[in-house]
Design a protein around this ligand. Structure first.
Ligand code: DOR
Ligand code: ZN
Length: 355
């Protein structure tokens, strides 16, 4: 064989991945989406932006029970719980949360995205809670966008780094922070240059698409999420970061289901649903740049290591084999349309095997 042109990889067996950023909602909706994630991932960090938000340890524990009840028999899946940071989250609650097994607290700047109206209005108001988190070893997960209306939507992440993240890290140098769903070259660079207390998740859709996808032949609501898709230079920077092997970058789908009628709407809500084919979409993005062999580090090692949790023992096998994604799923009373609904996907998850 000519070694300059190695045979393309068509099959990959690797450690079972985890999803470090996931929305599963509640009630009937949860029954649809939890099985999709549990079929692929060993664990997932569960976002707390329910209505009302998950702000107490007791609520997190009850929510964890409802999620566990939604895992189909025979599937092994562990939800990792988070609290929703508000201006009033008490330091005592952090201690109770840690004792209940909650691993992190999510910061939504008020008004930044779906169900963020109870979010933080001023970081200073959260300093007692952040001190407690630094002490108790809970991670801080950031929706890293400023919300000031005068800041251009496409600049909100870069401005967040300068005005919020830099001072925050100076004030809490030993607080572990995850900069969630990064979307820009600036964020990738900032995380790469930071110390071991900062990591970042990257979604499959930000690796696969740039902002043209939102307007391809018409307005495409199923590509609308927050932070919004950016220019191609940013997508390329994210692919470089994800495939680099750098331990600061890890998988977080930000799979965010909404009823189709609320996305296909005059004021469509933000969120791409990718859980039905998450690892396949990442495989496609990695394979597109000849980096499928870096997928395991990004998807199965870096996140667990950053959170200080053991890596999964099970293995999965992915094959390069076309299949058609379902067009929609039943979602309680509504319909859920995934990203790439009814389209061909290049990779397929074949098996999840116990050690
Ligand atoms: O697009 C998004 N959808 N971004 C978020 O930050 C929240 C999420 C959701 O909950 O729907
Ligand atoms: Zn999210």
């Amino acid at each position: 064989m000519n070694s300059a042109f190695p045979a393309a990889v068509r099959e990959l067996t690797m450690t079972r991945p985890d999803d470090w950023h996931l929305h599963v909602r509640d009630g009937e909706a949860l029954r649809t989406v939890v099985p999709h994630t549990a079929a692929q991932f060993g664990r997932a960090i569960i976002m707390p932006n329910l209505r009302p938000p998950v702000t107490t340890a007791a609520q997190a524990v009850a929510y964890r029970q409802r999620i566990r009840a939604g895992v189909p028999a025979g599937m092994k899946f562990e939800p990792l719980m988070t609290l929703y940071l508000t201006d009033n989250l008490a330091a005592d609650e952090i201690k109770r949360a840690r004792d209940a097994g909650v691993v992190a607290v999510k910061l939504y700047p008020a008004g930044a995205t779906t169900h963020s109206d109870a979010g933080v209005t001023d970081l200073r108001k959260t300093y007692k809670a952040l001190e407690a988190m630094q002490r108790e070893g809970l991670l801080l997960l950031l929706h890293g966008e400023v919300t000031a209306p005068e800041i251009d939507l496409f600049d909100r992440e870069a401005v967040f780094i300068e005005t919020q993240l830099i001072p925050l890290r100076r004030d809490f140098p030993e607080l572990k922070i995850v900069f969630e769903h990064i979307t820009t070259r600036e964020a990738a660079q900032y995380v790469r240059d930071a110390d071991r207390f900062l990591g970042a998740t990257i979604t499959a859709h930000h690796l696969l698409y740039n902002r043209n996808a939102l307007f391809a032949g018409g307005l495409r609501p199923h590509y609308y999420c927050l932070p919004v898709l950016k220019r191609e230079v940013h997508r390329i920077a994210l692919v470089d970061a994800a495939t680099s092997g750098n331990c600061r970058f890890f998988l977080g789908t930000d799979s965010a289901p909404h009823p189709a009628r609320l996305k296909e709407n005059a004021s469509g809500c933000a969120g791409c649903y990718t859980a039905h084919a998450a690892i396949e979409l990442y495989a496609e993005a990695f394979d597109a740049v000849g980096a499928i062999n870096q997928l395991e580090v990004f998807a199965s090692f870096n996140g667990a290591d950053f959170y200080g949790l053991p890596r999964n023992q099970e293995r999965i096998t992915l094959k390069k084999e076309s299949w058609r994604s379902p067009g929609s799923f039943v979602f309680g009373e509504a319909e859920l349309k995934p990203l790439r609904a009814g389209e061909i996907l290049a990779w397929k998850l074949e098996t999840v095997a116990s050690p």
